[in-house]
Design a protein around this ligand. Structure first.
Ligand SMILES: Nc1nc2c(ncn2[C@@H]2O[C@H](COP(=O)(O)OP(=O)(O)OP(=O)(O)O)[C@@H](O)[C@H]2O)c(=O)[nH]1
Ligand SMILES: [Mg+2]
Length: 294
């Protein structure tokens, strides 16, 4: 008999939700960076384990929004914690509950869903500190379980999956066995480019970028022609993204192309363009164009 479970991964920005999702899936379905607010949409990662299929939903980092894009992202989180079989609240291994976690527990209470506290990044702390972290969180919410993990090293992930098995219900699998995400190929390509913007650029600049695949064409010999447009918010940002004599854009393109070729399993001919769309993160019309609509 097959079983399945829908599981939402939520938590503050940068706590490792996408890293955990990728580690559980065993492949990269969500981009990762050391900057907060990397994920902007709900990303489905599918894990098939024995008879059970877990449909993981990676969500944007829960924060206090300052733009309409931020409003959208926070809404995605709110909607994603309702109507699932279990929610994972991912936290840093720190013995104090922050305002983001407080706010998320309010949503968990409202949604009346089972919730597991997942303490991530345990590779960065002494194990003896974990008891304090557990105590701090147990005081604010009655979690169904507490599981320390390291999404980076894989420590604790088997225990987590075994625990999640308890929330699976009998029924048909929602996705084919070999499927790992529901994102269209073009979107994954755009995200891979955005990941390089996040890793190569400083501070606010990558947060004001959006990436669109404007052309995806497979030649007869299998080479893929990919045209990608990078939107940014200011002329000055455009200059920085392009860099001196185009050096930065070249670096971003080279890094992205390597990932794109691996993902598509084909040789990629990549062309990148940079355009300015002022304040797009606050324009409902532009957000709609970039696919940030409910
Ligand atoms: N040491 C360590 N670093 C980790 C671990 N998990 C994630 N990281 C790092 O934490 C940073 C953020 O990881 P992400 O997976 O992008 O975090 P996120 O929660 O998805 O972030 P947003 O999408 O911005 O909300 C990256 O630099 C990861 O490499 C872990 O278990 N141990
Ligand atoms: Mg993420």
């Amino acid at each position: 008999m097959t079983k399945s479970a829908m599981i939402t991964v939520c938590g503050r920005p940068n706590v490792g939700k996408s890293t955990l999702t990728n580690a559980l899936v065993g492949e990269k379905v969500a981009i990762v960076s050391d900057k907060p607010q990397t994920t902007r949409n709900r990303i489905t990662g599918i894990v098939s384990r024995g008879d059970t299929q877990f449909v993981l939903m990676d969500t944007p980092g829960f924060h206090k929004p300052r733009t309409r894009l931020g409003d959208y992202m926070v809404n995605v989180v709110r909607e994603s914690v309702a109507d699932v079989d279990c929610v994972l609240l991912l936290v840093e291994p720190v013995a104090s509950v922050g305002p983001q976690e407080e706010a998320l527990t309010v949503h968990l209470r409202e949604a009346k869903v089972p919730a597991i506290l997942v303490i991530n990044k345990i590779d960065t702390v002494d194990k003896s500190r974990l008891l304090e972290v557990m105590a701090a969180y147990s005081a604010v919410y009655p979690f169904d379980a507490i599981i320390p993990v390291s999404a980076k090293t894989g420590d604790g992930l088997d225990e987590l999956l075994s625990e999640l098995d308890r929330y699976a219900e009998e029924g048909p699998h929602l996705f084919p066995e070999d499927m790992i995400t529901d994102q269209p190929e073009r979107q994954i390509c755009a995200e891979l480019v955005r990941e390089k913007l996040l890793s190569c650029l400083d501070k606010e600049i990558p947060h004001g970028t959006a990436v669109e695949v404007s052309r995806f064409h497979e030649r007869e010999d299998g080479v893929i022609d990919l045209e990608v447009t990078i939107y940014c918010e200011k002329d000055s940002h455009k200059g920085i993204i392009i860099g001196k004599k185009g050096a930065m854009l070249k670096k971003i393109g080279e890094l992205a192309r390597a990932d794109l070729e691996e993902f598509l399993g084909a040789k990629v001919y990549l062309q990148t363009w940079v355009k300015v769309k002022e304040n797009w993160r606050d324009s409902l019309h532009q957000l709609h164009n970039f696919g940030f609509t409910e």
